[in-house]
Ligand binder design. Sequence first.
Ligand code: ADE
Ligand code: ZN
Length: 323
Amino acid sequence: MKKIELHLHLEGAAPPAFVRGIAKQKHEDISRIFAADGSYAYSDFWHFLKVYEAATSVLTTPEDYARLTRAVLAESAAAGVVYSETFLSPDFCGGRDVAAWREYLHAIREAADAAEREDGITLRGIITCIRHFGPEKAKETALCAAETAGDWIVGFGIAGDERAGKPRDFAWSFDLAREAGLRLTAHAGEWGGPDSVTDALDALGVERIGHGVRAIEDRATVDRLAREGIVLEVCPGSNVALGLYRDWAAHPIKRLRDAGVRVTVSTDDPPFFHTTMAHEFDMLARAFGWEDEELQALNATALDAAFCDGETKDRIRKTLEAP
Ligand code: ADE
Ligand code: ZN
């Protein structure tokens, strides 16, 4: 089955062998972030963020990001993904300098265009500030976003440690992004509870929430999500791998859906969590008995909530419908 993915961190999708290869070329020793079997090694979410940043530290040029984009899209296309939105951080791409960021973006877009021609996968970018880097750096990131907003950079968001600061600290950045025409999403309700979700909605005016699953702990928050049509970018494999839920059966995606919340499914950082979009769909079928109808509904919601323009949506809709 073809799939739409809305929540994918580009660096977080880097295959470990790819990162090891680049580190070797640059004579950087980052062997500490890998387990004996070659996969990424981390103990919890906060350690995961450190390992993520260490892996990213070897990606230092636009050319590295072009190769990364190509490697990531090859994996996504192999898992059946035909349209993907990826989080991009000027923090890691040129240190939030607008001119440097433009060069990274140019390289990423060229690689994405090649993947579209060769692998039939369409990519769009969501510029993302990093919450634990603080509001001042987020403002610089938002300036990069405003400068490059358009038909390819289609959104603005926030990732990182949800326990650092408050959504309102980032309101200036989200206001600037909104004025530049970008659509908005925020990570919330992953490491923070239902209040974190309502804070993100109230302070940042986002239309999608990254994760958002812990809304399930408060009936009023679930009802609000359903009433306002907020779309959740749910990443069940990520949540289970990071220990938020004991196993797939304990994951609240079905209960959220049954309560009328608009849910979609993504991988977040697939090699870190030993998942792919194909694996996510398989596990939903196994854990909840979801069949074609439910899985197609995830695609339909994702396409509807995608930040790309209408023409692109029409084209992707035709691709989904083609045999
Ligand atoms: N950055 C990469 N993956 C993330 C996640 N699951 N939550 C917050 N920030 C992230
Ligand atoms: Zn994420």
